[in-house]
Design a protein around this ligand. Structure first.
Ligand SMILES: Cc1cc2nc3c(=O)[nH]c(=O)nc-3n(C[C@H](O)[C@H](O)[C@H](O)COP(=O)(O)O)c2cc1C
Length: 159
């Protein structure tokens, strides 16, 4: 079983939004190969309208170019990107997405796919703390259990 197949099996019923792409990071890639039902709810689109497209369809006026450049550099280097982006639903409303995106490698080290765990977060009221993570809290779900399980299975090389 490949990591893709394993994650897809895990992803089906979970409340965390999960999306898997091919490894082509330059436009028109990356192309979404799989998204779960929670992702469809998060972005307000049917799966038919998600699979086969690039995740860029969620971006809009308030999506920071600087953060996207950091995201792009991480993907090009085969590293994890963990950050926060303003994204848009199909109906035009926006939300703040926490994105935890990592490469999935074949046994020979080649990147076969990228997988991203996503959830909506809301800004904490009051003075921001030092890190970006301190400024946000999950709107609903936690992904700790799932990423913990995938770590235990050595799907991810590092935190
Ligand atoms: C698995 C995966 C999931 C992604 N999910 C999102 C997302 O939810 N929202 C978003 O704005 N960009 C997302 N992206 C990032 C874009 O696809 C793209 O890589 C980003 O815009 C930076 O590249 P660019 O500078 O070529 O646009 C995702 C990328 C990957 C590989």
């Amino acid at each position: 079983m490949t990591a893709f197949e394993l994650i897809r099996a895990f992803a089906h019923d979970t409340a965390i939004s999960i999306v898997i792409t091919d490894p082509m990071i330059e436009p028109p890639g990356p192309t979404i190969l799989y998204a779960n039902a929670a992702f469809s709810r998060l972005v307000g689109r049917e799966l038919d309208d998600i699979v086969g497209h690039s995740p860029r369809f969620m971006q809009g006026r308030e999506t920071r170019r600087e953060t996207l450049d950091t995201f792009h550099r991480a993907l090009a280097a085969g590293e994890r990107f963990h950050g926060y982006l303003a994204n848009y639903r199909a109906d035009g409303t926006n939300y703040r997405a926490e994105i935890d995106c990592r490469p999935l490698r074949a046994a020979d080290g080649r990147i076969e796919n990228f997988v991203s765990f996503e959830r909506e977060v809301i800004r904490r009221i009051g003075r921001p703390t030092g890190s970006a993570a301190g400024r946000y809290e999950p709107a609903s779900v936690s992904n700790d259990a799932l990423t913990g399980a995938l770590h235990a299975l050595s799907i991810f090389e590092h935190a």
